[in-house]
Design a protein around this ligand. Structure first.
Ligand SMILES: [Zn+2]
Length: 429
């Protein structure tokens, strides 16, 4: 999910009373011993989160990562999930800052420029907070950040239209530090079909296949979140490196086109890739998705009227919308549903091919029990409660991603040697 508009209600005085130490939510009826064990394992682990949309408000609304974001809202009324303190409490070692380029840029131009703006804002945060953040582009960087107690700012482009159909731009984005690219957002582009748009390329076009091969050569991971099932399949046919789904869940648990179907999960196991579970309740649970769609339909006349009434006051609209939604609640799964998806992928593909891709600050709400990044230890607790070993927990939290990324780095070394070798041969001839 994505928002077109961001920012937050600047009622700073109202939130200054929030207790700075009230951090993680402990599970209801928690087994104290197990909770402490979960926190210890969580602290030791390298944790990689596949997707966080915080760069958009950082760019659009000057959101400063050091701001205490608890109780603050984006411009469209959705709550913030991330800030420096909450990231620290989350235990995340490597966060993928999403360089999200809306489909609107295709119509109006400026896709690559917008990606560069978000890359800049991410680098500037690492420059402003060098004791907490470091820019990272390799598996070695991630391990170094862990040793130094810092958070790696990794970057992934969301929406392949950002390269504006240019392999040169793709290479430049790699040089700027981009380490994965989601081939599409919800919009089909000139070379790859999306999950929620008219197919134009029967999956990947010939140029799309070239993009994948060039990403392999560079060492940029191919991300299949948001693409159509045919595109997923084409990517698996072409890619010589492991692929990822940076923020998608399992279709076998919740039948949504944003999730990865079982047949693809099995192929990802052969490919060595990772599916990183999205925490958005409508992707975690079909019932939430259905009820959310029904509610939108049912409340449309009222929402339209409110939009008209508050057309010059976004904040008042957001308050009214929140009130209306509160009066018309929908089913919300618990955070434990995240682990249902992990269980499923473990069963279908194996424990080595699943990770986490929260989609913090890109979704309007999180499962019950989870308020934001600080509550990530709940997932560790729930895995332990279900009998997962520490090794398996650590695989899910980050080791699986590290393995896939290291393999992509290795493939890049081999592929680029081959190509430079060819070049030399041609020159000699
Ligand atoms: Zn997304």
């Amino acid at each position: 999910m994505k928002k077109l508009l961001y920012s937050f209600l600047l009622c700073a005085f109202a939130f200054s009373f929030i207790n700075q130490t009230s951090a993680q939510t402990m599970p209801k009826d928690a087994d104290q011993r197990l909770w402490q064990k979960a926190l210890k394992i969580h602290k030791r682990a390298i944790i990689i989160d596949g997707h966080n949309d915080i760069p958009s408000p950082m760019y659009d609304d000057d959101f400063d990562l050091a701001t205490d974001s608890r109780g603050l809202f984006h411009k469209d009324g959705d709550p913030f999930h991330t800030d420096l303190q909450r990231l620290k409490q989350s235990g995340i070692t490597g966060e993928f800052f999403s360089i999200y380029v809306s489909a609107n840029f295709v119509k109006n131009g400026g896709s690559a420029r917008h990606a560069m703006d978000l890359i800049d804002v991410t680098y500037r945060a690492t420059e402003k907070y060098p004791n907490q953040l470091m820019p990272c582009t390799t598996t070695a960087d991630i391990r170094r950040a862990k040793r130094q107690g810092k958070i790696c700012a990794l970057m992934g482009i969301e929406g392949g239209h950002a390269i504006e159909d240019s392999l040169n731009a793709l290479r430049d984005f790699y040089r700027l530090g981009i380490r994965y690219m989601t081939l599409t957002h919800n919009n089909t582009n000139n070379w790859a079909d999306a999950h929620r748009d008219t197919p134009k390329n029967n999956g990947l076009s010939d140029f799309g296949k070239e993009v994948v091969r060039e990403m392999n050569r560079l060492g940029m991971l191919i991300d299949i979140s948001h693409v159509s099932e045919k595109t997923m399949s084409d990517v698996l046919d072409v890619s010589t490196a492991p692929i990822i789904a940076s923020h998608s869940s399992a279709r076998g648990v919740a039948n949504h086109t944003r999730n990865v179907p079982d047949n693809i999960l099995k192929r990802i196991a052969q490919n060595g890739g990772v599916v990183m579970i999205n925490f958005y309740p409508a992707f975690l649970d079909e019932r939430t998705n259905t009820e959310e769609n029904e509610r939108s339909k049912k409340l449309k006349p009222q929402l339209d009227a409110l939009r008209e009434q508050y057309k010059n006051d976004q904040q008042a609209y957001n308050t009214a919308e929140r009130k209306l939604f509160a009066e018309n609640p929908i089913y919300m799964p618990s955070y434990t549903r995240i682990v249902d998806h992990i269980d499923h992928i473990k069963q279908v593909a194996g424990i080595d091919y699943v990770g986490i891709g929260s989609d913090y600050d890109g979704v309007p709400f999180l499962p019950v029990g989870m308020n934001g990044a600080e509550d990530l230890p709940l997932v560790t607790y729930e895995m332990l409660r279900r009998g997962y070993s520490e090794t398996d927990v650590r695989k899910v939290l980050g080791e699986n991603f590290l393995r896939a990324f290291a393999q992509a780095e290795k493939v890049a070394r081999i592929e680029s040697r081959k190509i430079s070798g060819e070049g030399i041969l041609k020159k000699i001839k």
